[in-house]
Write a protein that binds this ligand. Structure first.
Ligand SMILES: *[C@@H]1O[C@H](CO)[C@@H](O)[C@H](O)[C@H]1NC(C)=O
Ligand SMILES: *[C@@H]1O[C@H](CO)[C@@H](O)[C@H](O)[C@H]1NC(C)=O
Ligand SMILES: *[C@@H]1O[C@H](CO)[C@@H](O)[C@H](O)[C@H]1NC(C)=O
Ligand SMILES: *[C@@H]1O[C@H](CO)[C@@H](O)[C@H](O)[C@H]1NC(C)=O
Ligand SMILES: *[C@@H]1O[C@H](CO)[C@@H](O)[C@H](O)[C@H]1NC(C)=O
Ligand SMILES: *[C@@H]1O[C@H](CO)[C@@H](O)[C@H](O)[C@H]1NC(C)=O
Ligand SMILES: *[C@@H]1O[C@H](CO)[C@@H](O)[C@H](O)[C@H]1NC(C)=O
Ligand SMILES: *[C@@H]1O[C@H](CO)[C@@H](O)[C@H](O)[C@H]1NC(C)=O
Length: 446
């Protein structure tokens, strides 16, 4: 039995390893990300992609303990250096403005987006970067936290606004705020803040989940500038990925045993988004910009992030149901130019049925790829500054494809669970899925 499993895995590895970025291609994609990411949430998203891809010891998605080591292993010091450069530049710029007390890391119109940079600032403090450049990283992180808690408006039941000028909830916020709160809570041993990360997610799901649309999440609710009731694919992916980051943070922390039902719920809510989204996957392997609206364009950006969350849910939640589909999607995103991609969308068939062809093992550019420009930009993508319009260069899309690469790599290293299993999976969390969450508050005991 073991022998057969080993054979299957060996065979499987041969199939998957044929479709993989070369290190030169990963570098080009990373360069476009570095060049393009200049807004608050783009810094935060780039930080997360760099940690997951190049410094897994400091990534909450890996199996490493949180808090991470104070002293940085030498083989990842240059990878972390890129993350610290972002934190340094932002904290240094902040101190030029003479504002003291609660404030965001970058003052923009979003209340939620700047918090996404907080993870890098917390890491800079944790690893003692302030002793090298005299910046007060702990103070900057605390000011960001206090700004969220003291300045940002909330719904009556406590959901933090995503905007500064009005009370408005965006699905994007689930990736920006709760992962920062969770990391802050674990590093400072404050379970109230960790609990708040979960509470925010629970509240956002309450407002944005659309039961009339099979549990797809709406994009924007409340506020004066109008709702976006549509089911924006990137928003669904932001939500799933943000929930997984909080799940990973709790799971690898000393609070693992005291927040069991919260972890089960988070895994279940990610699975709920997968079930909703994958019923709308197209045969070319991409989602529409609005998943259930075929008048909108195809979007490789949301597709990459959502596919990454399938591998992460397999690793963190032991749920493999959508792995065969994610494998087909990943191969479609990495397909060679000229390939006619036709994935099997009707069932969770094993990955080997994807018909796209293999990448060249020695390619030094992305010019031979169906979904990349020769310069290394993912395409086609939504315009990240105008969510209803198609764009060309998307920094966040660059981060998403790197997160997909990192998630897939980690999943392969873990034995590619669920790859050859076409049966309907029986995820552990479905059993607790029937438990109704009556309120979103975490009661902190002791
Ligand atoms: C994918 O390619 C990279 C080089 O870009 C290599 O280091 C890695 O081992 C490959 N992964 C798999 C699972 O084949
Ligand atoms: C760094 O080295 C450690 C211990 O030798 C190893 O476990 C880890 O995989 C390495 N990390 C990277 C990113 O190479
Ligand atoms: C900050 O304070 C210093 C010293 O009081 C002053 O010279 C500088 O102009 C102030 N900067 C801003 C942006 O207000
Ligand atoms: C935060 O709120 C305090 C108290 O209301 C106020 O004094 C301060 O100006 C606010 N800070 C920012 C950055 O809005
Ligand atoms: C900053 O790091 C120190 C340990 O190096 C830790 O004790 C402290 O709680 C950290 N502060 C924040 C806000 O993370
Ligand atoms: C935890 O954080 C909250 C919010 O910043 C703060 O009010 C509380 O005093 C902290 N608890 C402890 C034990 O430090
Ligand atoms: C688009 O969706 C509508 C509504 O679900 C459906 O009636 C129509 O056939 C679809 N068109 C295409 C080209 O798939
Ligand atoms: C679908 O998208 C089109 C094009 O953006 C838009 O005009 C239409 O209102 C959308 N339909 C729904 C039901 O949201």
């Amino acid at each position: 039995m073991l022998f057969v499993a080993g054979l299957l895995l060996g065979l499987y590895n041969e199939v998957v390893s044929a479709q993989n970025f070369t290190s030169a291609q990963t570098s080009i994609i990373s360069e476009r990300l570095a060049q393009g990411a200049v807004h608050s949430w783009e810094y935060g998203t780039r930080i997360e992609a760099l940690l997951e891809l190049n410094a897994p010891t400091y990534s909450v998605m890996s199996f490493n303990a949180i808090p991470p080591p104070h002293s940085i292993p030498s083989n990842i010091s240059s990878a972390l250096g890129e993350v610290f450069t972002i934190a340094h530049n932002i904290v240094a710029a902040r101190s030029l403005s003479n504002i003291t007390g609660p404030q965001p890391l970058i003052a923009d119109t979003s209340a939620g987006d700047p918090a996404s940079i907080g993870v890098a600032v917390l890491l800079a403090n944790w690893t003692g970067q302030g002793a090298l450049d005299s910046l007060n990283y702990a103070g900057a992180a605390q000011d960001q936290l206090d700004f969220l808690f003291q300045n940002v408006s909330r719904t009556t039941d406590g959901a933090l606004s995503h905007k500064v000028d009005q009370l408005q909830l965006w699905s994007d916020s689930v990736y920006m705020v709760p992962p920062f709160l969770a990391y802050y809570g674990v590093l400072t041993q404050n379970q109230t803040i960790l609990g708040e990360a979960y509470t925010q997610i629970c509240l956002y799901r309450k407002y944005l989940r659309d039961t009339a649309a099979g549990n797809l999440w709406k994009h924007i609710q409340l506020g004066q500038t109008g709702d976006d009731d549509g089911h924006w694919s990137t928003g669904n992916a932001w939500a799933a990925a943000g929930m997984l980051r909080v799940l990973g943070t709790i799971q690898h922390s000393p609070y693992e045993n005291s927040l069991k039902s919260q972890q089960d719920n988070l895994a279940h809510w990610v699975y709920e988004i997968h079930r909703a989204m994958f019923s709308h996957i197209n045969s070319n392997g991409l989602f529409y910009n609005y998943a259930d609206n075929n008048s909108t364009f195809y979007d490789a950006s949301s597709t990459a992030l959502l596919a990454s969350t399938v591998y992460r849910l397999s690793l963190l939640g032991n749920i493999h149901t959508y792995i065969p589909l994610a494998e087909q999607v990943r191969k479609a995103l990495l397909a060679s130019a000229g390939t006619i991609v036709s994935i099997t969308t009707t069932s969770t068939t094993p990955a080997s049925s994807a018909t796209s062809t293999a990448l060249s093992g020695t390619a030094t550019t992305t010019s031979g790829l169906l979904h990349f420009t020769p310069e290394g930009w993912l395409t086609p993508v939504v315009n990240p500054y105008s969510y209803g319009a198609q764009g060309s260069d998307s920094p966040e899309g660059q981060a998403f494809i790197l997160e997909l690469q990192a998630a897939w790599r980690d999943w392969v290293a873990d034995g590619a669970q669920g790859a050859n299993d076409a049966r309907e999976a029986r995820p552990r969390v479905l059993m607790i899925g029937v438990i109704t969450v009556l309120h979103c508050l975490v009661i902190v005991i002791g």
